[in-house]
Design a protein around this ligand. Sequence first.
Ligand SMILES: Nc1nc2c(ncn2[C@@H]2O[C@H](COP(=O)(O)OP(=O)(O)OP(=O)(O)O)[C@@H](O)[C@H]2O)c(=O)[nH]1
Ligand SMILES: [Mg+2]
Length: 228
Amino acid sequence: MTSKVELVSIVIPALNEAGNILEVVTTIHKELKYPNEIIVVDGNSTDGTQDVVRGTGFCRLIIEPRRGYGRALKTGMENAKGNVIIMVDGDGTYEVRHIGRMLDKMVEDDADLVLATRMYDPNKAMGFFNFVGNKIITFCFDFLYSQYLSDTQSGFRAISHDAMDNVKLVEGDMAFATEMLIKFTKKNYKIVEVKSTYKIRIYGKPKLQKFKSTIEIFTTMVKGLVNK
Ligand SMILES: Nc1nc2c(ncn2[C@@H]2O[C@H](COP(=O)(O)OP(=O)(O)OP(=O)(O)O)[C@@H](O)[C@H]2O)c(=O)[nH]1
Ligand SMILES: [Mg+2]
């Protein structure tokens, strides 16, 4: 349940995103109408990402030397002061101008989790293999957990901080996102979606290993069924 957004903490994992992070954080800083704090969780980048973040003067920089996308998000969320948390990547691929509409939807629907779905994106920017992989994972997730979601792999979410504190997430990498959906579903938290768009990465390389991540996501889905 989220009836009011008092403060929103935007948590951004970043590993060598010097070419992308400035655009992400300045867009949020300029355009987000809700009271907010921007937290960048840097994984000991070697390309100057930390200097770029410090140079803005308006971001909180947390250094998390332990590897992993999920690990970075967890650390950021543990330091978040807002009653709502936004998680979004630091690579500029998500449309951060849509944070406002996600928060509006969260309040309107009294939801615990809002996913920004990329499945209705008119630009169709998601690569073919990511698109097909995501469709298969999402189909399995919906079937196994009786949901009607369209983009379970979206890393752009608005999350109730209270709800997040009530679930214990252990996955340290990309399966973190799926584990969150499983544990929210099991607690009967309300999950809704908002349509958003996607962009291809312009600078830097992907950090997540797709094959390893896919195996971990399926293992997480099975574990979720076995464990109460
Ligand atoms: N702090 C930290 N951030 C990470 C780590 N791994 C990935 N990230 C960040 O998590 C976000 C998602 O990772 P990406 O490399 O974009 O993965 P992806 O979206 O599958 O790959 P692309 O298709 O290239 O966008 C990015 O902002 C990364 O910089 C890590 O170990 N530590
Ligand atoms: Mg990315």
